[in-house]
Write a protein that binds this ligand. Structure first.
Ligand code: F6R
Length: 262
């Protein structure tokens, strides 16, 4: 794993956006795995800026989102479909037919999940997967004890995640769906690169357990220790519980220029 500690979330988001931009320039038909939530918002802002000001072209890019709530219509204000169109897709030149999210209204959920996995394979697999991390260590909505071999499927959110996400539903936990469809940990591990973002003191414990703790189903993100190209972009607040933070800073400072956005 590569741990990139930046002064703040803006700097970390810009650094991660440079990786996305490099991939899209080198591979115009790149397949991006995307996340929702607060964490990737600045990355998406920077991708929009790169498109508008530097001509970054998304016309051949395909995207697959990690997850979607079950029971919310696409046009529900809190659906992840709405989130992605509001915060990214409507402001870049991506083609609607190249955008994929799990179908939270599917009648046959297992069939819809299997079709999602097949669509990822048909697109050539995910080149770069953007991840946030839950305070309980979830990636996608793979909550603690999720199988490391799991594929796209239905999951039940933990009470902690329902509480954490109530802020998007007027602070009302009763409005937060308890079920979702999420890519599995096996699906995430198949991505060629995983790029995790985590900001703020509330993520410090999960980040330290992910990077320096044992690989353990109780901390789903810790499986990224087994991924060949996992990059973790964090701000100072999220780095406070790391034992080897000075080492990670030293590595980053000593990187040759050509390797910086690689
Ligand atoms: C969202 C997702 C989740 C979030 C995580 C952190 O698509 O997959 O794993 O990344 O819950 O959420 P925020 O960024 O809101 O703290």
């Amino acid at each position: 794993m590569e741990i990139i500690i930046q002064s703040d979330a803006v700097a970390a988001s810009r650094a991660s956006a440079r990786l996305v931009a490099r991939l899209v320039r080198e591979k115009p038909n790149a397949v991006l795995g995307l996340a929702t939530g607060s964490t990737p918002l600045m990355l998406y802002k920077e991708m929009i800026r790169l498109h508008k000001e530097e001509g970054l072209d998304f016309s051949r890019v395909a995207t697959f989102n990690l997850d979607e709530y079950i029971g919310l219509e696409k046009d529900h204000p809190q659906s992840y479909y709405t989130f992605m169109w509001e915060n990214l897709f409507s402001q870049i030149n991506i083609k609607p037919e190249n955008v994929h999210l799990p179908d939270g209204m599917a009648k046959d959920v297992p069939a819809s999940c299997a079709a999602y996995e097949q669509a990822i394979i048909a697109a050539g697999g995910i080149d770069l997967q953007v991840l946030g991390i839950g305070s309980d260590g979830h990636i996608g909505f793979n909550e603690p004890t999720s199988s490391f071999a799991s594929r796209t499927r239905i999951k039940t959110l933990t009470q902690q995640t329902v509480q954490d996400n109530a802020r998007f539903f007027d602070g009302d936990e009763s409005k937060v769906p308890h079920h979702c469809i999420t890519m599995g940990i096996g699906t995430i591990m198949d991505a060629r690169m995983n790029l995790m973002l985590a900001f703020g003191a509330g993520k410090a414990g999960a980040v330290a357990a992910t990077v320096e703790g044992p690989v353990c189903a109780m901390m789903p993100a810790s499986i990224l220790q087994h991924h060949p190209v996992a990059k973790v972009f964090i701000d100072e607040a999220a780095a406070t519980a790391l034992q080897l933070s000075d080492y990670y800073r030293w590595i980053y400072a000593g990187k040759p220029e050509w390797q910086r956005d690689a």
